[in-house]
Write a protein that binds this ligand. Structure first.
Ligand code: SF4
Ligand code: FES
Length: 257
């Protein structure tokens, strides 16, 4: 290993700094030495923050938790793309080895009218939580717990539920959409329960409540498709179509439901 490799490389981070939601924001440029290809973009921010703290400067605020692509807590816009340069990958899994030719990272919050800035790179994504909350839990009295295999769930329905349950609620789809639409997110949250045996009894109620909350908080869908291109959970565009279908189905119930 050469001395240069041991020392790591130097990158430039242009980070959005904003003291609070009502304060004016601006980009500030930082040179960060000692960056390695194994680091994620969030670890580059960690490295930079260690230095800022040592210098007595306010560190850059950003969200993260699991750093394994599971929790949905992270989310920044990097060089204009929600989550970062690598498609369908959360910010915490954007490693520098994936984009060796990029040395300047312009990092700003997930931008959407529905996500007000709290501080620096942190935004308030509670509008997503409110859509889920209006769906509520499934309140069917199913009696005492039965054997796990007493209620048959057709294999394809179980697979569909698992596919859409993969949504981690990061909000990148909203930030990627020119309209600030949350159709991909809402569709995933509807479809991960819609076809399951007990949940089907409340399918129409959930669809009505969640789509109304979605429309109150987010923009309309114009079928741009940018949402699916940044989604780290691989939620397919069929979730977008499902929003209208689930709502229509409330009035025209299918015979097999
Ligand atoms: S649909 Fe994808 S991009 Fe949107 S909140 Fe869920 S995981 Fe994130
Ligand atoms: S920190 Fe949990 S998904 Fe990125």
């Amino acid at each position: 290993m050469t001395g240069d490799q041991q020392a790591g490389r130097t990158v430039t981070v242009q980070a959005w700094r904003q003291a609070h939601g009502q304060a004016p924001g601006r980009f500030e440029s930082y040179r960060v030495d000692g960056v390695t290809d194994e680091m994620s973009l969030l670890e580059v921010l960690d490295l930079l923050n260690d230095r800022l703290v040592a210098e007595g400067t306010e560190p850059i605020a950003f969200d993260s938790d699991c750093r394994e692509g599971v929790c949905g807590e992270c989310g920044v816009t990097v060089n204009g793309r929600p989550h970062g340069p690598t498609a369908n990958t959360p910010s915490c899994r954007q490693h520098l080895r994936q984009f060796p030719d990029v040395d300047v990272f312009r990092i700003e919050p997930l931008r959407s009218a529905a996500f007000p800035v709290v501080k620096d790179l942190v935004v308030d994504r509670s509008a997503l939580d409110r859509v889920i909350a209006t769906g509520g839990h499934v309140a069917v009295d199913a009696g005492q717990a039965g054997d796990a295999d007493a209620t048959a769930v057709p294999h394809q329905r179980a697979e569909t539920a698992l596919d859409f349950a993969a949504c981690i609620g990061c909000g990148a789809c909203v930030a990627a959409c020119p309209n600030g639409s949350a159709h991909l997110f809402t569709g995933a949250k509807l479809l991960h329960l819609a076809e399951l045996t007990y949940a089907r009894a409340e399918r129409g109620r959930r669809a009505g409540a969640m789509t109304a909350a979605m429309e109150a908080e987010f923009g309309p869908c114009s079928s741009f498709g940018e949402c699916a291109q940044v989604c780290p959970a691989g939620i397919e565009l069929s979730a977008v179509a499902a929003v209208s279908r689930e709502r229509l189905r409330r009035g025209w119930r299918r015979k097999d439901d």
